[in-house]
Design a protein around this ligand. Structure first.
Ligand code: NAD
Length: 366
C-alpha cells in the first residue's frame, strides 16, 4: 500500500514527540512492504510565525492531498496575547476539524497493569488496569453554536454568549461511531448527557435511545448524567467500556479519563468523519490527547507514546493496517512492561527522555 501523510508537528513538544514517532512508523511500514510518503507543514503558532496564519493555505492544501493527517500539538504562551479567535488551537485545529467534517473523536484510554503506580486511583480499585474508549462529538455543541459573542450592554455591564446547538442528524452519526466501537469491544455503550437540564441533552437521549433500539439491539445501552459520569470515572474507572457524549462534556471527561489512566502523555486520539481517502478508508486526523506542554518543551522530557500510538491508530482507521497497528501497540506495551518510563509516568523512579523512549519502542517492534 502507498500511504501519503501530511505531518503537522505544531508547537513546543509537538516536533519533539513527532521526531520520536516517525522512525517507528517508517520501520513498521518498511517491514510490511508499504511505501510511505510524508511531508511536514506548519500549523498553529508555527503557522502564525512563518505564514501569518495558524492554518496556512499551503498546510490545508497538503492535508487535502493526503490520505491522513498526523498532528502534534499547537499553542502556548508565545501566542497567548493574541485575540481569542486568533489563538493557535482555535484558529487551526478547530477549522481543520470543521473543514474535513471530523465529527467523531475517538480516544482510547488504557492503563496497563504495569503502569498502575502512574494512576492517581488506588491500585486496589483497578487491579486489572483500565481499558476504555471515550467518543466525543467534535464539530457541534457549545464550541461552534451561534451566537457566540461578547457585547457591552447599555447598562454598562458586559455580556458573553455561547450557544449549544445539536441537530438530530449530528447525534445519529456520532451514535453510529459509538455503536460500531461498542460492537468491536464489549457491546456495552454508555451515553452521557445532562438531560435533566439541557434541551440539547433531551434530544440527545431520545435520539440515541431510539436509534440503538432500532439499529443495534445487540448493544446494551445505558445513560448517565455528566456530573455523575465525572464522579464515577474517578470512583470506578474499570467499570467503563465505551462512553460517548457531546463536544464539551467529551472534552472534559476525556481529559479526566487521561489522568486516571496515568498521563496525557500515553493517550492517543483519532478524529474521523465521513470523507474517505484514496484507499476508500476514513480520512482522519490523529494526535496525542494532550497539548503542547510548554512547561517541559525543549528538555527531552515529553512522553512520545501518545504520538506513537496516534500513528498506530492512523494505520488502523485510515489504512486498515491492523497488523502493523498491533505491532506498534505491542511495542509500546512491552516498553512499559520492561519498566521504561518518561518523567510523567516515573513518579520519582528512573526515567528516560523523549528520544530514548522512542528508541526503546523502536527496538521492541517485533
Ligand atoms: P497540556 O496538555 O499541554 O499540558 C498539561 C500537563 O500535561 C502539563 O503539565 C504537561 O507537561 C503534561 N503533558 C502533556 N503532554 C505530555 C507528554 N506528552 N508528556 C509528558 N507530559 C505531558 O495542556 P495545557 O498546559 O493546558 O496547554 C498548553 C498549550 O497546549 C495551550 O496553548 C493549549 O491551548 C494547547 N493545547 C493544544 C491541544 C492540541 O494541540 N490538540 C490540546 C490541548 C491544549
Amino acid at each position: 500500500m502507498q500511504l501519503k501523510i501530511a505531518i503537522l508537528p505544531g508547537d513546543y513538544i509537538g516536533p519533539e514527540v513527532m521526531a520520536a514517532a516517525l522512525p517507528i512508523l517508517e520501520a513498521v511500514l518498511a517491514k510490511g512492504g508499504h511505501s510511505l510518503e510524508y511531508s511536514f507543514h506548519d500549523i498553529g503558532g508555527a503557522g502564525i510565525d512563518n505564514h501569518g496564519k495558524a492554518l496556512p493555505d499551503s498546510t490545508l492544501a497538503a492535508c487535502q492531498a493526503a490520505d491522513a493527517i498526523l498532528f502534534g500539538s499547537v499553542g502556548g504562551p508565545k501566542w497567548e496575547k493574541l485575540p481569542p479567535a486568533a489563538q493557535p488551537e482555535r484558529a487551526s485545529l478547530l477549522p481543520l476539524r470543521k473543514h474535513f467534517k471530523l465529527f467523531a473523536n475517538v480516544r482510547p484510554g488504557f492503563l496497563p497493569p504495569a503502569l498502575m503506580d502512574a494512576s492517581p486511583i488506588r491500585p486496589d480499585r483497578i487491579p486489572n488496569g483500565i481499558d476504555m474508549v471515550c467518543i466525543r462529538e467534535l464539530t457541534g455543541g457549545l464550541y461552534f453554536g451561534q451566537p457566540k459573542q461578547t457585547s457591552a450592554l447599555d447598562d454598562g455591564d458586559v455580556e458573553a454568549v455561547d450557544t449549544m446547538v445539536y441537530r438530530k442528524s449530528e447525534i445519529l452519526r456520532i451514535a453510529d461511531v459509538a455503536i460500531a466501537t461498542a460492537r468491536a469491544r464489549g457491546k456495552r455503550l454508555l451515553s452521557v448527557d445532562k438531560a435533566n437540564v439541557l434541551e440539547c441533552s433531551v434530544l440527545w437521549r431520545k435520539t440515541v435511545s431510539e436509534h440503538v433500539a432500532a439499529t443495534a439491539p445487540d448493544i446494551a445501552l445505558s445513560h448517565m448524567y455528566v456530573d455523575n459520569a465525572a464522579m464515577q470515572l474517578v470512583r470506578d474507572p474499570a467499570a467503563f467500556d465505551v462512553i460517548f457524549t457531546e463536544n464539551m462534556f467529551g472534552d472534559i471527561l476525556s481529559d479526566e479519563m487521561a489522568v486516571v489512566c496515568g498521563s496525557l502523555g500515553m493517550l492517543s486520539s483519532a478524529s474521523l468523519g465521513d470523507i474517505t481517502n484514496r484507499h476508500g478508508q476514513p480520512f482522519g486526523l490523529y494526535e496525542p490527547a494532550g497539548g503542547s506542554a510548554p512547561d517541559i518543551a525543549g528538555q527531552n522530557k515529553a512522553n512520545p507514546c501518545a504520538q506513537i500510538l496516534s500513528a498506530a491508530l492512523m494505520l488502523r482507521h485510515s489504512f486498515g493496517l491492523n497488523a502493523e497497528a498491533d505491532t506498534i501497540d505491542a511495542a509500546v506495551k512491552k516498553t512499559i512492561a520492561d519498566g521504561i518510563r518518561t518523567g510523567d509516568i516515573a513518579f520519582g523512579g528512573a526515567s528516560v527522555g523523549t528520544k530514548e523512549m522512542g528508541a526503546a519502542v523502536l527496538e521492541r517492534l517485533a
